[in-house]
Design a protein around this ligand. Sequence first.
Ligand code: 8YV
Length: 319
Amino acid sequence: MVQGRLSDAQLAELRDLFEVAVLPKTTALDAPENRALLAEAHGIIGSGLAITPQLLDAAPNLSVIATISVGYDNIPVDELTKRSIMLCNTPDVLTETTADTGFALIMATARRVVELAEWVKADKWQASIGPALFGSDIHGKTLGMVGFGRIGQAVARRGALGFGMRVLYSNASPKPDLESELCAQRRELNELLAEADFVCVTVPLTAETEHLIGTQEFAQMKPTGIFINIARGKVVDERALIHALENGVIHAAGLDVFEQEPLPASSPLPRMANVVALPHIGSATHETRDAMAQRAVDNIRLALQGERPISLVNEEVYP
Ligand code: 8YV
């Protein structure tokens, strides 16, 4: 079963080997009309898959789920493991693109790129600009990475090597290689928040990281501090973030992810002058989305042919 964007060539690759059913994004995977398909299905591939224990009950032949994403917070991995169903994701191929998005947000917020481009568009540029429209430097500042996995390290590399930033990291095991490559220093979260000029969140969403950043954490940041989230919205208490932005507790935020996506019309975030809000585009380039889809196709093909998939999340179920 396919519920996600695959190219014609990728679909053809699957169709050469398996019977393939393509489902529209608008129908729930376990909708009544999909029940017969689920009963037969050996594999599901797609993005934003809504996988529930009830769906798994309806799919007794399922042996692999291949998500077209690195994050799998929408999938109950333990339930899959209990039923010996493999879960495959798409790490590595999106690392650099997602780090680029993180840096785009760092630059856009610090240099007020969106706000000032809107200002020019509105024909407000009638004399040379004054300090009220100045931004803040990025080079030479301190970048605090909350999470230091593949994507966090790629953002840090851009900061340290491209912009001469000092890098701190928390919520990760010690990374001696990166400490020597980037002079990165490990900190407790509270120390990192207090020292960093830019705080960039890249941790996965888990029970431990849900609302990791809230009122207390924003209070620990510098009032000039800029907050960037390219991980998952639920890592942050969004009400606390809005309060911090409205009351000068922090200076600005660059956000690619939100507690609720798409962002509800009632959210003040996209209209705040000190916020750059993006519609979850971390990995959204032609090249990277294609590479992610191909990785998911390779994963499901290998798994269904009895071979080890490239990116297997729950290793313990591999026979
Ligand atoms: C996905 C992402 O493409 O990979 C992830 O975890 O957040 C994005 O890059 C998006 O979630 C669609 O599946």
